[in-house]
Design a binder for this molecule. Structure first.
Ligand code: 3EB
Length: 331
């Protein structure tokens, strides 16, 4: 059984195990393109410039020739860029900036989910959401992240995806411009969505955080015959539904506790996760002066290989949050 895992480089075209997609962070502007069977996406931020490639990896004993014979298909349809191989799909959209995001986000989200389903990849197991000026208000005086959340929520509802079916996700700011969303999906295997015992499900956040709650699970687990992959959502210093801590030290320590509480809960259900580690992590830090502290704290707590844990300077979806961490834990 195959899943997609990220590999990080400082340059876009380093040869890897034939990725389905290359995402270049820290570009001058946003864009989406499909070439040579691969999705190419450039995002205006976050910095520093870093490339992420989504590569097939096996959760069974055999290596990837189980996949190679199945061929590659890719295309760009109605603004959705996609690439598929065997049971794996990567799909993405980029929408240019709009004064209000809700409608454009809902339309594109519905197309994205519709495309995944239409190509036969109904099991979406991880999503990412990047938007410009995430903490700024739109013309109606609504924060852009909240405006985005409404469009996303309405799309899931329109596509009949229930709250318990929402996959793990990340929501992070870009230096400028529009909205980038991408997903990974499987043809046959549904992920198991997990919640965090120390946090209220985001889809049940009270209305003070926005007219529609954020639509995501705290983690999604893909279990193969020999290995198990846990995709951890963007995790920040939130207990229940409240942001905790005013200093970066406090927020770092609560974030580490929160990740550990998710892992503890996951291990009860998926004992294979008792052994293993984060094979990749993405660290997002609001202020560059906090970068070294966050990098050291996370690396001490989780021992993720350095070359597989890029740190970005980015806005986080609540104005008071100073950091957010996501990752893929392999057991
Ligand atoms: C939180 O826990 C912090 O809107 O997709 C984390 C992960 C956060 C994903 C999203 C938002 C999102 O509410 C923010």
């Amino acid at each position: 059984m195959m899943v997609l895992l990220p590999v990080y480089h400082s340059e876009p075209e380093r040869a890897g195990p034939s990725p389905l997609a290359t995402i270049c962070y820290g570009g001058a502007s946003g864009g989406l393109d499909v070439r040579n069977g691969r999705v190419h996406m450039t995002l205006p931020g976050p910095l520093p410039a870093t490339c992420e490639q989504w590569c097939p990896a096996s959760l069974s004993g055999e290596t990837r020739h189980e996949q190679a014979a199945r061929g590659r298909q890719a295309g760009l349809e109605q603004g959705i860029g996609w690439s598929a191989e065997g049971d794996l799909l990567f799909a993405a959209f980029w929408v240019e900036d709009q004064p209000e995001l809700c409608e454009a986000v809902q339309t594109s989200y519905e197309r994205l989910i519709g495309l995944a389903r239409g190509k036969g990849f109904g099991h979406i197991y991880r999503m990412w959401n990047y938007l410009g000026a995430i903490n700024q208000d739109n013309a109606r005086g609504e924060e852009r992240y909240r405006d985005f959340c409404s469009g996303r929520s309405q799309a899931f509802e329109a596509m009949s995806i229930g709250l318990g079916e929402l996959p793990a996700a990340t929501g992070i700011g870009l230096s400028s411009g529009g909205v980038a969303v991408f997903l990974i999906a499987h043809r046959h295997v549904g992920g198991v969505n997990l919640e965090n015992p120390s946090q209220l499900p985001a889809y049940h956040y009270p209305p003070r955080y926005g007219r529609c709650s954020p639509s995501f699970a705290r983690a999604t687990v893909m279990e193969g015959p020999d290995r198990t992959a846990l995709y951890l959502s963007g995790t920040a210093s939130i207990r229940g539904h409240e942001s905790v801590g005013t200093t970066v030290e406090e927020q770092l320590s609560v974030t580490i506790e929160t990740i550990n509480s998710l892992l503890d809960a996951a291990r009860k259900r998926f004992p294979r996760l008792e052994a293993g580690r984060f094979e990749s992590m993405k660290l997002y830090v609001r202020h560059s002066e906090d970068a070294a502290l966050v990098r050291e704290g996370i690396s001490r707590a989780f021992q993720c290989p350095l070359e597989q844990s890029p740190l970005f300077i980015a806005d986080i979806c609540r104005a008071e949050l100073l950091l957010e961490v996501e990752g893929v834990f392999l057991g």
